[in-house]
Design a protein around this ligand. Structure first.
Ligand code: BES
Ligand code: MN
Ligand code: ZN
Length: 512
């Protein structure tokens, strides 16, 4: 990942390949944002006029490259649009800063070092700029004999390479709060980018076993306890959901428990992630057009993994247990058939009417197992239903819960960290549609509201009295259109920042 440094240097004298300044959309044209004073001075106070002459408006995501005037060390100035200028005496929103920093970092891919002179009023704003820049600078680098290695050190490789060093200006490195915000941003961004890498890895390189090995390696590195149940242990342990989904694949399933504990923790948060390393649909095979991006079906597990490791690296005063329910959903002679009845962990039976509704099966087992440890709250994260994408679109995840106050908290936390989310209900009447003549219930019901119905299915496996929320990230987990702000094509790292903030808030005792 790109390196992050805090610098007290002036934007005019700092040695860098480019200096990034902010420009906002004012009522009478572009307005240069705070932080760019030294740069504007080098332009004889005419930076806004020059930008306007070049057609810049200050609109969100707009980038304009200018040759730097002679008074500056850096050869290039990059002006990035922050969107509408805030009202007088008000600061730019954190998400505007995050997105602008991300757009700038993307526009500077291939450069070595860029100095970010964006308006950072306080430590949190500096953290947002750092986070946006580090996330925007991300690019997936295939391992082994892929592009990264082939291009080696030649010029072309440098072109595709992400921005190597991000220097944050105006950040007061001697101020503890600024330093802490930058360090936090670096950790969260690094782990979030790692989650993106896992999602982007081709499914023939990331199967349940290799995912589990990745978790074990991270556990070693950061002092986390990692336990892996393999197919033998899962069979013996009665994990009928995970086994039922994984049995059709040559790559057998895994359940990973990755635990971070703090000696002074008062609360324990359990995070459960759907980790289908490839979802073909199984015997209820998905048609062409619906399976090309299904390597992303482990994005929930990747988010949980990243959040637990982040909590550990941040040293949060809370216990966080991650459960990664890993399986590959494939059709074969040993695959679960529509009509089969599975005995889930904990003893409930499920009639599988559609093998493509596999996420709820692996999550049911993991939720029941996580409940045994009686955590203060459980949050599951899953690319669970196409219905949630139809309802909320490609950028917003749905938040469901068995507790209205907790659902509101999770939704508000998502908003606070710059993730688009929306609260969704769990209408009790949908439960009846899952009635089965041969099992406790079926894994499918009616089509209408089927994203909510999936949530109701999951609720059956949450232990009595445990606060639980379900995040359906099927829309935002994988981004197929053009990059924007700090969001690249492919894996996005959806829900990571929400989970990390939730852990921080739990540590601070802010939640129930
Ligand atoms: N992994 C899919 C959901 C999905 C859809 C994720 C689009 C990302 C993008 C899930 O396993 C699935 O296939 N769900 C079915 C359930 C149905 C068969 C009840 C769906 O939503 O169509
Ligand atoms: Mn499916
Ligand atoms: Zn799936």
């Amino acid at each position: 990942m790109s390196a992050l440094t805090l610098s007290t240097s002036s934007a005019a004298t700092l040695r860098a390949d480019a200096v990034v300044v902010g420009v906002a959309k004012g009522p009478k044209g572009p307005v240069v944002a705070a932080g760019a004073e030294a740069v504007d001075k080098a332009f004889d106070g005419k930076l806004a006029a020059v930008l306007e002459a070049l057609g810049a408006t200050g609109g969100e995501g707009e980038t304009t490259k200018l040759p730097a005037p002679s008074g500056m060390k850096a050869p290039v100035v990059l002006a990035v649009g922050l969107g509408d200028a805030p009202a007088k005496d008000e600061a730019f929103g954190h998400e505007a800063l995050r997105r602008a920093a991300g757009s700038a970092a993307r526009a500077l891919a291939g450069s070595k070092k860029a100095a970010f002179a964006l308006p950072v009023e306080d430590a949190d704003a500096a953290g947002a700029v750092a986070e946006g820049a580090l996330l925007g600078a991300y690019s997936y680098r295939p391992a082994g004999d892929g592009a990264a290695k082939k291009n080696g050190k030649d010029e072309k490789a440098a072109k595709g390479a992400p921005l190597a060093e991000i220097a944050l200006l105006g950040g007061k490195p001697r101020d503890k709060a600024f330093k802490a915000a930058a360090e936090r941003a670096a950790i969260v961004a690094e782990e979030l980018n790692r989650a993106r890498d896992l999602v982007n890895m081709p499914p023939n390189d990331l199967d349940p076993k290799t995912f589990a090995a990745t978790a074990q390696a991270a556990g070693k590195e950061f002092g986390l306890k990692v336990e892996v149940l393999d197919e033998k242990a899962l069979l013996k342990g009665g994990f009928g959901g995970i086994m039922g989904v994984g049995r059709g694949s040559d790559a057998p399933p895994r359940l990973v428990r990755i635990g971070y504990t703090h000696p002074k923790a008062e609360k324990t948060l359990a995070l459960v992630g759907k980790g289908i390393t490839y979802d073909s649909g199984g015997i209820s095979l998905k048609p062409a057009g619906h399976n090309e991006t299904m390597k992303c079906d482990m994005a929930g597990a990747a988010a949980v993994f990243a959040a637990v490791v982040s909590a550990a690296r941040l040293g949060l005063r809370v216990n966080v247990t991650g459960w990664l329910a890993l399986a590959e959903n494939m059709p074969s002679g040993s695959a679960t058939r529509p009509g089969d009845v599975l005995r889930m962990y904990g003893g409930k039976t499920v009639e599988v009417l559609n093998t493509d509704a596999e996420g709820r099966l692996v999550l049911g087992d993991a939720l029941a197992r996580a409940s045994e440890e009686n955590p203060d709250a459980i949050v599951d994260v899953a690319t669970l239903t196409g219905a949630m994408v139809l309802a909320l679109g490609n950028r917003t995840f749905g938040v469901m819960a068995n507790d209205d106050a907790f659902r509101t908290s999770v939704y508000e936390i998502a908003e606070e960290v710059g993730e688009q989310a929306w609260p969704m209900p769990l209408p009790a009447e949908l439960r009846k549609a899952m009635d089965s003549p041969v099992a406790d219930f079926a894994n499918m019901g009616e089509r209408m509201g089927s994203g909510l119905l999936a949530g109701i299915f999951l609720k059956e496996f949450v232990g009595e009295g445990i606060t639980w929320a379900h995040l359906d990230i099927a829309g935002p987990a994988y981004h197929e259109s053009a990059p924007y702000g700090y969001t690249p094509k492919g894996g996005t790292g959806s829900a990571v920042r929400t989970l990390v903030r939730l852990a921080e808030r739990t540590a601070a005792g802010d939640l129930g």
